[in-house]
Ligand binder design. Sequence first.
Ligand SMILES: [Fe+2]
Length: 340
Amino acid sequence: MLQPRQLGYLALDVADLESSVRFYQDVVHLDVTEEREGCAYLTGGIQHHWLVLRQSTTPGVNRVAFEMENERDLEAMEKRLKAAGVEVERAGSGTLGRERVDQYIRFRDPDGIMIELFTDMVTMPMAPTYAHRVHMSKLLHTVLLEKDASKSVPFYTDLLGFQISDWVERTAAFMRCGDKYHHSIGVFGTGGTRTQVDHMCILVPTLDDLMRARANVMALNVPFRNDLLKHAPSGSIAIYFRDEANNLTVEYCWEHGQILDEAHRPRVLPAMPETLDMWRLVGPGFGKGTAEISLSQGVQPLSQPAASRINGGAHPMGEAQALSALGVRQGDGARVETGK
Ligand SMILES: [Fe+2]
């Protein structure tokens, strides 16, 4: 199947390179592999980078990059995109020395977010030193906030070959690729209001690693968006904390499932607090779908009961409510350079 192998890295333009590097070293436990020309490359694994930070006067996410299995697949994908009328930029010579990936193509998704597909990132000779604090398995996924999920999701499935693992209502889709993890990318519709990158997620191998990362977040007084929770879609246990300077949320998760059954049928999950966090089934209103939790405001009654939202029509939930149920707050989301 022609599809990306896995999420490769995010490129984030930042207003203050030095303090952003410090944040991703001290809070996210990434290791700097290379610094040059106003860029810092950071990783949590053997790959040269999971994150590129670049000094810029227009901060925000520059691109989201996925790895392809090999050059043949990259070429096939380039052909498919061009045939669909997508404008594609191809890497020139000297890419490996400059970008630390061998070949790439770049193009924009329906909202203008730049996507890169690459082959053969440089592999480091040794694992990062920061891994002695928190072991990390991989850069797992990113979630994009896009204006219209009904336009963006088919771009990722029909053109890029992602497979839908689960929907939340019809406003958010979790999609997997070659590594089979429940999602390498999530696209959440915003009802036309905004295009942003909500978060990046790192998978850790043990509960101890998750809890050690959490203890460090608390010790450094970094704000959580969500403390420990268990997601219904992937089954993972996670924490979310904030890179406030760049308005990006970072997630650490453990036990994010893979979908190995080729016959898997995507579920349509309800936009309820319990979908975000299966552990919120206790307490006033929970389990009846009549309350939702907010870190700042505690338990709040919902404006209408869940039953009517689930059964009450073809599109019972608005995007704003769906985003809220998925933990995305109004002001969250890193700016993106959409080229528009
Ligand atoms: Fe996530």
